[in-house]
Design a protein around this ligand. Structure first.
Ligand code: SF4
Length: 339
């Protein structure tokens, strides 16, 4: 395990006209990221998945819980220790244009990342490493890109530069917060394939955060599903897609383009629009008991009263849903569910 979250919770205090409220952004997040593994965190907007990325990148300080890197506890760090952490854990942003300095050419952007983290000592070594980075992200020949400015590149090329800049630091982990959602559909697949290549050839660990379960299946070894600030199901991508064990995962799958179609060649369908998922609940006054209960066609009396515990359904595949304890899991296997 390279990066781990144990019971991580983040609450925000928000001051309004009626006084102070608590936003329960994420609660009790348990997550393990292994070397050479892509783990997806899937959920609709407002489910808390971006907060998880920000907690793991130390942008937010957790209200409670622990984050461990290489088995060592990470306190809220600053100075050199923060730099050491960022050298291991790099965040990829959604908007490649906003995260690159538009006034500087690629040589400067990559050279700066190499120098700040002491990855190149001389001008010659910097130049060689920039060429190598451009090749690793398939921007070849490097001479064609090195003197360009971000605005002279396409969206997909810019995202490759963002990935190259993260690689310059030689991290163990990348946190990709919707890294393809602002790119043209035609180039999203190229970026996903590049991330897979970095996993396979360089042993990189990636947390892939997305609202889109079809692209998660394409790229990830394991999928975690988030709803209203909580993780509600997790397992291997195949288990979660083929045999969802929580009604919300079924809703996500029923609203998505058929994820299997994308694997059979019609890869554009991986990025078809996700259907309407309805309104997510408030994180200031979340529903009592299971947070999905107001939208769940199977809600029982206990669901309105008590939060379901995590239950393991098969090795490595778990869900939080009372249907399993109440002997009603077969309801999830119906061909059609009316949400
Ligand atoms: Fe539905 Fe109850 Fe399961 Fe929640 S715990 S998803 S309300 S059946």
């Amino acid at each position: 395990v390279v990066l781990e979250a144990r019971g991580v919770t983040k609450h925000f205090e928000v001051r309004g006209r009626k006084g102070t409220s608590i936003v329960r952004a994420v609660e009790d997040i348990d997550l393990q990221l292994h070397r050479g593994e892509i783990v997806a965190m899937v959920g609709e907007s407002g489910s808390g998945k971006t907060t998880v990325a920000r907690l793991l990148s130390l942008y937010y300080e957790a209200t409670s819980g622990e984050i461990l890197l290489d088995g060592k506890l990470v306190d809220h760090v600053s100075g050199k220790r923060a730099r050491d952490y960022y050298a291991q854990v790099q965040l990829l942003f959604q908007d490649p244009f906003a995260s690159l300095n538009s006034l500087k050419p690629i040589r400067h952007i990559l050279g700066r990342a190499l120098r700040i983290h002491g990855r190149a000592r001389s001008r010659r070594e910097t130049e060689e490493k920039i060429h190598e980075l451009l090749r690793r992200v398939n921007l070849t020949p490097p001479e064609q890109y090195i003197d360009k400015y971000p605005h002279e590149l396409s969206g997909g090329q810019r995202q490759r530069i963002v990935i190259a800049r993260a690689l310059a630091v030689e991290p163990q982990v990348m946190l990709g917060d919707e890294p393809i959602s602002m790119l043209d559909v035609s180039i999203r697949l190229d970026v996903l394939n590049l991330l897979k290549k970095l996993r396979d050839e360089e042993g990189l660990a990636l947390l892939y955060i997305t609202h889109d379960i079809a692209s998660a299946r394409y790229i990830a070894d394991r999928i975690n599903v988030m709803y209203a600030g909580q993780m509600i199901e997790g397992g291997s991508s195949e288990d979660v897609i083929q045999s969802p064990q929580h009604p919300y995962t079924r809703l996500l799958l029923d609203s998505s383009p058929d994820p299997a179609r994308g694997l059979d060649g019609d890869q554009q369908s991986l990025f078809d629009e996700v259907g309407d998922l309805g309104e997510p609940p408030s994180l200031i006054t979340p529903p009592k008991g299971c947070r999905f209960n107001p939208r769940c066609p199977f809600a029982m009396e206990i669901c309105n009263r008590e939060q379901p515990e995590k239950i393991e359904i098969s090795p490595g595949h778990w869900a939080r849903c009372w249907l399993h304890q109440e002997g009603k899991a077969h309801l999830l296997r119906q061909e059609t569910i009316r949400f």
